[in-house]
Design a protein. Structure first.
Length: 210
């Protein structure tokens, strides 16, 4: 078990910059060339309470380009170090899909948790990560935020309360947080925001279930 307090566990972990601006631009070039899925859920299913407006594409671990392999390795190293010092979750893998997401003006994602879904073959994620790929001067709004609220897990004597947190917008930094932690993206008021998102799992995830 970790010696870190519960309050610290549910706090954003931000790395140093691990991708240069040039490398982020290269990732954007790769991501922009991928097949994209319009992931707009303004008219959502009654059982789906989360509204979002963004465009997603998926970068696969099987891509043999050396740079793509390097991206996975750098994120994996940060994740491994953070997990060892803070969470000690039973994770072994960074899912073999990275989600490349583009938000344009009005784009947003309501607060949610990262539950098992088709993008990771319905395997439970333990840690989620996010990396900004373009400079914050290129957009307004679009904050990665973690809303104020209370959280309770089985075995706890009482719930703990969290103040709202917002991740810094610097380019090339990996932000890590428990997948059970509520998070979202505020509406962009102008510009374009590009980001990659990944998930750490206990079991290996080969790709997205169709």
């Amino acid at each position: 078990m970790t010696d870190v307090s519960i309050e610290e566990i549910y706090t954003i972990y931000s790395s140093e910059r691990i991708f240069s601006a040039e490398e982020c631009a290269k990732l954007c070039e790769i991501g922009d060339a991928l097949p994209q899925v319009d992931d707009q859920r303004e008219e959502q299913d009654p059982l789906d309470k989360v509204s979002r407006d963004c465009v997603n594409a998926y970068l696969e671990r099987t891509d043999e380009r050396d740079f793509v392999q390097e991206v996975w390795e750098r994120i994996r190293q940060v994740l491994e170090e953070a997990n060892e010092t803070r969470w000690k979750y039973p994770v072994k893998y960074l899912a073999e899909l990275l989600q490349y997401t583009t938000y344009t003006t009005g784009g947003h994602f309501d607060a949610h948790t990262d539950d098992p879904g088709p993008w990771i073959n319905f395997v439970r994620p333990y840690i989620s990560c996010s990396v900004n790929l373009n400079c914050s001067s290129e957009w307004e709004g679009g904050d990665l935020y973690f809303p104020e609220g209370s959280y309770m897990e089985k075995g706890w004597d009482k719930p703990i309360h969290f103040e709202e947190q917002t991740a810094q917008q610097d380019i090339g930094i990996v932000h890590l947080y428990p997948s059970t932690m509520q998070h979202g993206v505020t509406p962009l008021t102008s510009g374009v925001r590009k980001v990659i998102v990944g998930w750490a799992t206990k079991d290996i995830v080969k790709g997205m279930q169709k």
